[in-house]
Design a protein around this ligand. Structure first.
Ligand code: AMP
Ligand code: ZN
Length: 115
């Protein structure tokens, strides 16, 4: 599995830096965002390192499909049973700051819709 020794999310996956993990399995972890934008703000991260949706291949398509399926199944256990938003920032203009694919799970409150 690809990892990057300089990547902050790879370090979280490896347990080298602390995080508030709420779920982990063989291929993904879910942990609390350190700067929450909503009452509940989680990050779902594949254990494999790749930068973003711009680096998909067939294996990663299947991985991301499973990740989204698990997010859908697990959301109530994360306190998101009333609804939530899934966001992936892709690249500079979208404000992506960590180049390791991640899905933001935003909820715990009524969400507005701004660009
Ligand atoms: P993005 O801007 O889409 O790349 O999102 C990166 C997210 O990672 C931001 O919401 C940060 O607050 C979050 N973040 C950065 N470092 C950590 C960390 N050590 N633990 C938890 N969340 C982090
Ligand atoms: Zn990484």
């Amino acid at each position: 599995m690809t990892t990057d020794k300089d990547c902050i999310f790879c370090k979280i996956v490896a347990g080298e830096i602390p995080s508030a993990k709420v779920y982990e399995d063989g291929e993904m972890v879910v942990f609390k965002d350190i700067h929450p934008l909503t009452k509940i703000h989680l990050l779902a991260v594949p254990k494999e390192h790749f930068a973003a949706l711009s680096e998909m291949d067939e294996k990663r398509e299947a991985l991301v499909g499973r990740m989204l399926g698990k997010i859908g199944a697990l959301a109530p256990s994360f306190g998101l049973s009333e609804g939530y938003r899934v966001v992936a920032n892709q690249g500079i203009s979208a404000g992506q700051t960590v180049p390791h694919l991640h899905f933001h799970l935003l909820g715990g409150e009524t969400l507005g819709w701004e660009k």
